[in-house]
Design a protein around this ligand. Structure first.
Ligand code: BGC
Length: 781
């Protein structure tokens, strides 16, 4: 658990006031810097002590065989895992023969601050060596949003009260030794020395290492250059071996004197480019960063973030901790997606190696909705990445005997990486999630070229999958049997409501889009018969329902399973999958994560208010939230179903997932979907935003603790500002043409300079349903 006393609550920063080595691995995740292309964990400058050293490049992975006790047709044979690449952030310090290592000597003060407005991670500390010499160290680190191949460190050491000899070693280090896997299947596989040296170089302040992965055939070039200022005489020298390139700076500091080292680092990687080409690429990126220097990078970073916050900030009055948490969340989601540019956005972003660096449906279902309204360019890029992986998805579908494309449940490069069929490939809903993200993005942005060049193909190929995966029964009803929905505690089940409803949207969207883009449709071989079949399947989609209970089935027959024995399940037996066999979990009524409840948000118009309330009340006592993806979905429907207090508690859980390490695995990386879910709980939960087709509706209602909630949405070339108070909601069009919205079903037109203040109707509150014993949401305290 990240002890809260060491983290201050403040609106625009995450500040750690004391260094607590017990929670060092978690702090490395929350202080991670990334732009979606390059990621550096918040490791201490000197490299040690560390929890998990981490430098990641989006897409740089190694492959490994996936062993099976008993082989089966269609099992993926090769797994992919993210690797720790060349570490460019290491700056070691020697103070009069003593290594600056916080485990020795006396640490007088230590503070780290992640400033969410400047995008800089600063560290300042005062340390007395075992021999009694005191130094001040200040470092500032950034991973540039504007120059995606660039990261940089500004490092300063100052003598405090005695004359000291200092040696600073600024390094590039490959194949760092990593701690072993901790037994949690969600942690990454550890590969020994995944990088093979191809070239090393050091001259003056200029360093370079080029490596290749052994099996996946990726080449990685890392280059660095330095600017050094210190008292005369300060000397420098460079040296390199296959895995280390080092600049050594030596100086003698009188009390008050400082040695300053600025380090710019560039990365380049490729599966196809030659060594000379990649070397040149890394050098060119460095030259471009040197052009404006450290200060140029700092200024650009600030400008980039000013622009982002003007679009994306969410203001929460009355709850400082949630205010901080939502900005922390927005910042990290931006970091995960900003410059991913046709590469995946992994479940942990580039903050750790958890889940082997894989991307899941988390991207389309949780991360992209937030980015669609705040950084839409990143969404188009993320979906283009899916389009680029269509060849692998088509091949997978063919292998499975299916039509169209079957996107992987988990992957880095596009191939299915899930060795486990029931909670892997069978979770076909990922295809509808991708389609839904396409539909949502085009509805919100009106990006026609994207729809034509990317949307059509994604919608058509996913619709083809559903058409081949499902079948019409003798009464003409369309069923999709034997699939896994979002709830991984039910597997290979028939007619999962979420999957069927999302597939329905997918099929209809495909039929509509081919009408708008006949040339593209023809090129993909779509004819009238095929699109009519999609409409037909969508129109007769079976949605299972229990008439006696008056609730929707999570999947056919679910409500008649035996209930899980919650009463005898001890608190330490959660998550269930680590303590009970899956066969038993699968055949009982127990829900890992929002499934039917998520369907009620994503496919909101299908459910009336009464069913939303009844279904929620039915599934709450069965839902154990063994996935961090659940709380935010439950927050949204709890708010809609008349339980604002419960919704608030779920919001807190989603928002503080990493800041409080609620799942005890923040060390492996941040829970990016839950961070994005913080925005979802606020905007879709308390803001009541639902956006389906052309209808943009709000049903706002604040929880007791909030005085005000305000957020912006970018849509169709406009900026809409929504400010919610306890009794009224005010909609302001900041820019763009008039826009029609709905406030509690009532149509309202908003125009620039004419804010609309509307009354929030009296709530219909209901008694909050119970959760399983020991599974109440985590709230403040
Ligand atoms: C959840 C999945 C999710 C994955 C990665 C699992 O625990 O059940 O829904 O995609 O984690 O976040």
């Amino acid at each position: 658990m990240i002890t809260h006393t060491s983290y201050a609550v403040e609106p625009w920063a995450l500040r750690e006031r004391v260094l607590n080595l017990d929670v060092l691995p978690q702090s490395e995740s929350v202080f991670a810097l990334s732009n979606g292309h390059v990621g550096w964990r918040g490791n201490l400058d000197e490299g040690e002590p560390h929890g998990l050293p981490g430098s990641y490049l989006n897409g740089v992975h190694e492959v490994h065989p996936l062993p099976y006790a008993e082989a089966g047709y269609g099992y993926p044979e090769s797994g992919q895992t993210v690797i720790n690449v060349t570490n460019g952030k290491v700056i070691r310090l020697l103070v009069d023969d003593e290594p600056f290592d916080l485990r020795y000597g006396r640490l007088r003060s230590h503070e780290r601050v992640l400033d969410l407005r400047t995008g800089l991670l600063t560290r300042s500390c005062e340390w007395t060596s075992p021999a009694g010499d005191t130094v001040r160290v200040r470092s500032t680190r950034l991973v540039s949003f504007t120059q995606r191949a660039i990261a940089a460190v500004s490092y300063e050491v100052e003598a405090v009260d005695s004359r000291v000899r200092v040696v600073v070693q600024s390094e590039l280090v490959a194949n760092e030794q990593l701690p072993g896997r901790n037994g949690d299947p969600r942690a990454a596989i550890v590969l020994e020395s995944p990088l093979e040296g191809e070239e090393h170089f050091a001259q003056g302040g200029r360093l370079r290492l080029v490596h290749r992965t052994r099996r996946s055939g990726l080449r990685v070039a890392t280059a660095a250059d330095h600017a050094v200022t210190g008292p005369e005489p300060t000397t420098t020298s460079g040296e390199s071996t296959a895995d280390v390139a080092r600049l050594t700076v030596t100086s003698v500091l009188e009390p008050g004197q400082k040695l300053h080292v600025e380090k710019l680092v560039s990365y380049g990687w490729s599966s196809t480019r030659s060594l000379p080409a990649l070397r040149a690429q890394a050098d060119a990126a460095l030259a471009s960063a040197q052009h404006g220097g450290w200060q140029g990078l700092v200024d650009e970073q600030r400008a980039y973030l000013d622009d982002f916050w003007a679009r994306a900030d969410v203001e929460v009055d009355g709850d400082e901790e949630i205010q901080q948490a939502v900005r922390f969340a927005l910042f990290h989601v931006l970091q995960a997606g900003a410059r991913a540019e046709q590469r995946a956005i992994p479940a942990k972003g580039l903050t750790g190696s958890g889940y082997d660096g894989h991307a899941f449906w988390d991207t389309e279902t949780f991360v992209l909705p937030l980015l669609t309204y705040t950084a839409p360019g990143a969404v188009a890029e993320a979906l283009r990445w899916r389009q680029n992986t269509l060849p692998a998805a088509r091949e997978r579908a063919a292998q499975l005997g299916l039509g169209g494309a079957a996107f992987p449940w988990r992957t880095i490069a596009g191939e299915e990486g899930s060795a486990y069929w029931p909670a892997g490939t069978a979770a076909f809903h990922v295809n509808a999630d991708i389609a839904d993200a396409v539909v949502h993005y085009t509805a919100v942005t009106g990006d026609k070229p994207f729809e034509r060049d990317t949307g059509v193909e994604l919608l058509v190929e996913t619709a083809r999958l559903w058409r081949s995966l499902g079948h019409h029964d003798h009464q003409g009803r369309f069923h999709i049997d034997g699939v896994t929905g979002p709830d991984e505690y039910s597997a290979v089940a028939d007619d999962n409501t979420y999957t069927n409803l999302m597939a329905r949207t997918n099929l209809l969207a495909a039929a509509d889009v081919v009408e708008r883009h006949p040339r593209q449709a023809e090129a993909l071989g779509v004819d009238d018969e095929e699109s009519a079949a999609w409409r037909d399947a969508a129109g007769s989609m079976h949605i299972p329902y229990n008439h006696e209970l008056g609730v929707h089935e999570q999947h056919a027959g679910f409500t008649s399973y035996q209930r899980w024995d919650f009463a005898t399940t001890r608190p330490d037996q959660y998550p269930l999958m680590l303590h009970f066999p899956y066969f038993d979990i699968y055949r009982k009524q127990v829900v890992k994560q929002a499934d039917l409840v998520l369907a009620m948000y994503k496919c909101s118009p299908y459910f009336d208010d009464e069913h939303k309330a009844r279904n929620f009340a039915y599934y709450e006592p069965l839902t154990v939230r063994d996935s961090s993806l659940s709380a935010c979905c439950q927050a949204v429907i709890a708010a809609e179903a008349g339980h604002p207090g419960l919704a608030y508690d779920y919001l807190v859980e989603a928002a503080l997932m990493d800041l409080r390490d609620l799942e005890n695995n923040t060390r492996d990386g941040l829970h990016i979907a839950s961070l994005a879910g913080t925005w979802m709980a606020l905007v879709a939960g308390f803001g009541g935003l639902r956006h389906h087709g052309d209808t943009l509706e709000f049903k706002p209602r604040l929880p007791e603790r909030f005085h005000r909630l305000a957020f912006n949405l970018e849509l169709l070339g406009r900026r809409l500002r929504v400010e919610i108070g306890p009794a009224t909601a005010t909609y302001t069009l900041v820019s763009g043409e008039p826009l029609e919205i709905r406030h509690y079903h009532e149509p309202v037109t908003v125009e620039v300079d004419k804010p609309q203040g509307l009354r929030i109707p009296a709530p219909r509150l209901r008694p909050a349903p119970e959760q399983p014993p020991h599974r109440r949401p985590n709230s403040h305290g």
